[in-house]
Design a protein around this ligand. Sequence first.
Ligand code: ADP
Ligand code: MG
Length: 728
Amino acid sequence: MSTPRQAALRAVATAQHRLNHIDFKNGRLKDMFAENVFSEAVQRERLPKPVFKALQKTIRQGAPLDPAIADAVATAMKDWAIEKGATHFTHLFYPMTGLTAEKHDSFLQPTDGGGAILEFSGKELVRGEPDASSFPSGGIRATFEARGYTAWDPTSPAFIMQGPNGATLVIPTAFLSWTGEALDKKTPLLRSMEALSKQALRILRLFGNHEAKKVFTTVGPEQEYFLIDKNFYYARPDLIATGRTLFGAPPPKGQEMEDQYFGSIPERVLAYMADVESQLFQLGVPVKTRHNEVAPSQYEIAPMFEDSNLGTDHQMLTMEILKRTAPKYGLICLLHEKPFAGINGSGKHNNWSMSTDTGENLLEPGDTPHDNAQFLVFCVAVIRAVCKYSRLLRVAVASAANDHRLGANEAPPAIISVFLGDQLEDVINQLAEQGSAKSSKQGGFMEIGVNVLPKLPKHAGDRNRTSPFAFTGNKFEFRAVGSSFSIAGANTVLNTIVAESLDYIATQLEKAKAAGKDLNSAIQELLPGIIRESRKILFLGDNYSAEWHAEAERRGLPNLRTTADALPVILEPESIELFTRYKVYSERELQSRFTILCEGYIKTLSIEGRCASMLARTMILPAALRYQGQVAQSIHALQSAGAKVPASQLELLNKLTATIEAFQTANDKLDAALNYHVEGDPVSHMKHARDHVLAAMNELRKHGDALELLVADDLWPLPTYREMLFIK
Ligand code: ADP
Ligand code: MG
């Protein structure tokens, strides 16, 4: 008889993998890029000129789409897709589950004569009607009005997803209810980009920029993930059901040798990465960087930055393809924020900036005093936004899984602060001192419109890796986003809060201008006050340290440790006022998100709790009892033989028996917490899940992991950390 673990180990040891699936020879890489995208080049080639022009105007300037052109676009898309082997089309959308949803329809239409034609109309391109009653709506839709519809988003190009048997034409869409409420993550993101664009343009106009027609935010998300052998995965019911290990003693060697980060990439993993990249290239996703991460068996993939809408769609595709490709190499890709306790979890650094349609990065410090003044205005707007609405940023990254990173002893903490780097923080401080008695240590004030900024460092060596929100040369990096998250939510919040700051600043500057003040002195008067108000959010030190936690508390910075603490912020009057003012979320849409997020948290903890209890009773306890029996038997054998039983053996038996007892008690307590019926609102449910279910799981795990270190290795049923993380 062998345990699932032994079977997995045997399978891992004897598996043969075919690694050479992709041929990159002879310039294929260049041809490969975007070859499956209905890109601008393809559109130009295949669409009648007026149709092409009208479509481009919509894509570039957000002009409303002329319905008359939809048929022409649909026909061109269909012909192109069929040449690429497509048999079906789908409207891809991003429901509030945080995942991607698709429903495929065939191009094939039977005809009267018994034949068939291939059809795809403008109507089918522009609107889809999935039976969407099973997606969470958080109360927006009652089941009797269950239908929502998907609406084509022409700003994110259609593409072909190749499958082993035929391909599918994929059309990115927004998902809305018939009453026009957003049921997805794309719609609020687009609205927030619109809001930011409007306010940023007001500032640019003040600076005399009349060319820019649109400002859009840019995003470059760095995705962390784990890869483990699929045989281990299938022997771990907890990984299958919850994405994380609910038991597992620390391995003798963890990440303390610091020999993983940027280490050489194992051959099988490298083959996998190249496969993932080639698929992403074909879909036009500009992936750029790959490397080993800090934890054993942890890796990262990062793209070149793009427009936030496209970048968010591409990020969803990246996660999808990372997961889908792994089994081909005998691997499983874990996107969970904390698959393994005691070693680093995974996040998604959300690099963010603002850019004009003429290609100017608004967070790029310039060389002239004029450019610097503009840079400082945008930079201070971001600082003010993060300070004023830091709790909303915390909400945007809240989930049961991400709680194991934020608020635990890991990067980054749940306390949101901003890192600017020494030089920029000094400049900002100098500005803040204007009008106050103190003089600057660096000799003289920062004079807007006269002074140039010191050269700000852009290389990684000067960066603070512990900060949740860091300025990195010409962009901000929001590091608290979880590895499994859609980045839509975080960017929606970020765009909206910065829009509010830009609105505030533009209003003040416009007033000053109307009163006849010149721009530089108006800025010089306005920024110091804003900085003084927002300064408490700035922090240059180590964000993991206990001193910072104390210091942050002294400064009055919020520390929302868990999801249950964070989510209620969504429904505070100030939040509702903000999101409705900029038309990003209606009050009902916020209510629905709150409901869905609370339910998600409660369901996650219930699933984990049930899974832990099941594993405990059906896998760990039987192994422990067997071993207890063996030890008892050998003691009994000694006694029967008339030999003296050493105290150490009795101690072993007693320790085992006591641990098993504690384990069973914790198991009963977990079951009781799971079966307890909570009265009251979603917040009380969340708190029960956190304080009773999760707490009982942690207690159970403690004894379970102690048993792993006691029980005979040949009886232990679950693949261990030392195996899953180190056998590659
Ligand atoms: P790291 O943070 O690991 O040192 P890099 O500085 O190379 O990495 O950049 C990380 C990410 O930042 C990349 O995905 C890159 O595309 C993105 N990025 C660079 N400039 C911008 C920008 N203006 N807006 C948004 N993202 C950006
Ligand atoms: Mg980074």
